[in-house]
Every structure is written in C-alpha cells, then in structure tokens.
Design a protein around this ligand. Structure first.
Ligand SMILES: [Zn+2]
Length: 59
C-alpha cells in the first residue's frame, strides 16, 4: 500500500492524580496506600457487561 492510503490518527493518554474521593468512572475510593487490588470493582477491571458512570466532580 502507498503512504497516501493511510490516515494518521494520533491519540493521547493522560495520567493524572485526581483530588476526588472516588475514581473517575466508578465509586471505588482513591485512597492512597491500600493493599493491591483492594480498591477495585468490575468497572475498574473493565469486565464485560459493565458500564462506567462518570464522576461529576471530575468534570
Ligand atoms: Zn471501581
């Protein structure tokens, strides 16, 4: 394929610490220092069939 056959698509992934008490897409706490995998839920883990709920405080 020639270069003209491709379309350039650039995405950004931003990592930032939130100042909210819960995560951006679920109600799991953002408390620092907990044991690994103790502040997660099926939404955090992107399990099939789950849907995120946007934390309005982040917006
Ligand atoms: Zn969660």
């Amino acid at each position: 394929m020639a270069r003209e056959d491709y379309e350039v698509v650039i995405g950004l992934e931003v990592h930032a610490e939130l100042s909210t008490k819960t995560k951006i897409f679920c109600s799991c706490p953002t408390k620092f220092g907990g044991m690994p995998n103790t502040q997660t839920c099926p939404i955090c883990m992107a399990m099939p069939g789950t849907l995120p709920v946007l934390n309005e405080k982040v917006v």
